[in-house]
Write a protein that binds this ligand. Structure first.
Ligand code: GLU
Length: 308
């Protein structure tokens, strides 16, 4: 397989025009300011080599991509049994912020940790005596994964979502009533919106994708940052529910574990090959980066990345 920055730049140029067919996320006010035509990518191979194209050092917030990271932390802290007593393992055909299955399922637990209800239940399980301690714990974990000390969050985006997160509050209070959420719902929404506003660039995201691709081991330092089992579980969720309601189509067209966020970020993880970080804020109907998807299709076909 041959990859270089020029080839990646060509693929970015080929994928970028489709951005005009998408739209920026509209329900988080601070995210409406992004440049719709942006498209950038970084790939981190397991020998620690990076490739990139576009404005790959521009920062963006992780939004739902953060759900995979929190899940890894919480699974390592609490164990599978406890985590999966609160959240299921099944994909849903509903939008990521839907409340409907919480009421119709007999045991009122969210179907999986990649939808908002499930992610809220997972964030509620981060260990720490106070919200601040929980946040510090999550942030320390993110910094270990990226290998960058200074990753933090975008306060404007976090505040903007916190002030308008009425649907997430409904999910939180519903689950509190049913014993899924233990902590204070307002504190949880505060922590969750900070988590979603974690901010980094494509290179940092590619590095995290590479840790998952490498069965939890840091490809740069050789340290085991996530247990093999937890890395496997996270990648499986990325395949079954990582790309919203197009996870099935994405599995057929690209076929790699990936998670996207409504900021237009996508983290990809090609087992035993590389991690990918993409940013392209123009979204398709389901909430995925429209040019990011096209780019992943081009790259996946060129480099035969499908795991299937
Ligand atoms: N912070 C967003 C929310 O909870 C994340 C959604 C997403 O990226 O899918 O609505």
């Amino acid at each position: 397989m041959y990859i270089d920055n020029q080839l990646l730049a060509n693929m970015v140029d080929e994928a970028r025009p489709i951005s005009s067919e998408g739209r920026l996320v509209d329900y988080i006010p601070a995210l409406k300011k992004e440049n719709k035509d942006n498209l950038a990518v970084s790939v981190c191979f397991l020998n620690g080599e990076f490739f990139y194209a576009g404005d790959y050092l521009e920062k963006f917030t992780l939004q739902s991509i953060s759900k995979v990271i929190t899940l890894a932390l919480v699974l390592m802290d609490n164990g599978e049994e406890e985590v999966f007593s609160k959240v299921g393992m099944e994909p849903t055909g509903d939008p990521f912020n839907s409340i409907v299955k919480l009421e119709t399922n007999r045991v009122s637990k969210p179907l999986n940790p990649m939808i908002n209800a499930g992610a809220l239940a997972v964030t509620d399980m981060i260990k720490g005596a106070t919200n601040e301690e929980k946040w510090e714990r999550l942030l320390a974990f993110v910094n270990v994964l990226t290998g960058e000390e200074e990753v933090t969050y975008n306060k404007e985006v976090a505040d903007s979502e916190f002030n308008t997160a009425f649907l997430n509050r409904s999910l939180g209070y519903f689950m509190k009533q049913h014993g899924i959420i233990k902590g204070d719902v307002e504190h949880l929404i505060y922590l969750y919106t900070k988590q979603c506003a974690l901010e980094m660039n494509c290179q940092d995201l590619a590095k995290i994708g590479a840790v998952f691709a490498n069965d939890g081991m840091d490809p740069v330092t050789g340290r085991q940052l996530i247990t093999r089992d937890v890395a496997r579980i996270c990648k499986t969720f990325m395949v079954t529910c990582g790309m919203y309601n197009s996870s099935g189509e994405f599995a057929i067209k690209v076929g790699i574990p990936a998670k996207s966020g409504v900021s237009g970020g996508i983290m990809g993880s090609v087992p035993r090959k590389c991690g990918i970080g993409i940013f392209g804020p123009s979204l398709d109907e389901t909430g995925n980066s429209i040019a990011g998807l096209r780019l992943l299709e081009l790259m996946g076909n060129e480099y035969k990345w499908s795991i299937f």
